[in-house]
Design a protein around this ligand. Structure first.
Ligand code: SIN
Ligand code: FE2
Length: 224
């Protein structure tokens, strides 16, 4: 099976997941060379790490961040910080090509003037998963989440406003983007355990970029 086939057959289509939620097939592919180039120095400066949840678990997904704010978790809870707790330094800046892609994708999903200040970068190895959750640590609960899939495929679960609502299973491939905001912003979502596969460019892993507007709209946040 060549993963390139998946990329090209669906490219350019927009699938509706909700009133204000869409899958944009292959939307990130034209940005790919710059995107992957920009990713390399970020992971060098702020390496992927497995965070602990407040409940005492270690996440199977490894993560890092770029942008003004970065999402972190430890035994005291989930939050956004300006600095990487591992190094004490600011998170790496959000590359211009990341921001351009996130804004273009938001626009394609009918969200204008999108100004994300946080980009969480998740790395899934085969077997990694993300349990159903809401993204609720952001100050802004209208602006969309823009979620970019890179590498081996995943089954994304897009649920409702209650944890146990029936979820739609959405296969996601390299270059696909999911955007959900507005009335759909607080819907539960997750990722099923990743099946082993080998991607031509990224190898045996999936990387996901999730853009959010995490801080105050007037950016009056103080250093945390
Ligand atoms: C997330 O919910 O933060 C990531 C979703 C994904 O990896 O597709
Ligand atoms: Fe999420």
């Amino acid at each position: 099976m060549t993963l390139d086939l998946f990329e090209s057959t669906l490219m350019g289509t927009r699938e509706r997941l909700g009133q204000q939620a869409y899958v944009l097939r292959g939307f990130a592919l034209p940005y790919m060379p710059e995107l992957l180039q920009a990713l390399a120095p970020i992971q060098k400066q702020a390496p992927f790490r497995h965070m602990h949840t407040p409940g005492g678990y270690t996440m199977s997904v490894a993560l890092t961040n770029c942008g003004r704010l970065g999402w972190t978790s430890d035994h005291t809870g989930y939050r956004y910080t300006c600095r990487d707790p591992l190094s004490g330094l600011d998170w790496p800046a959000m590359p211009a090509t990341f921001l351009a892609l996130a804004q273009d994708a938001a626009q394609a999903a009918e969200f204008t003037q999108y100004a994300p200040d946080a980009c969480l970068i998740n790395r899934y190895l085969p077997g990694s998963k993300l349990s159903m959750h809401q993204d609720r640590n952001e100050k802004n609960d209208y602006e969309p989440i823009v979620s970019v899939s890179l590498g081996i495929p995943a089954i994304f679960l897009f649920g409702g406003h209650q944890r146990n609502d029936k979820a739609t299973r959405v296969p996601l491939f390299h270059g696909d983007i999911v955007v959900w905001g507005g009335v759909d912003r607080m819907r539960y979502h997750g990722v099923l355990p990743i099946k082993d596969a080998d991607h031509l460019q990224l190898g045996r892993q999936r990387t996901n970029l999730t853009f959010r507007t995490a801080g105050l709209p007037n950016s009056s946040n103080t250093k945390m």
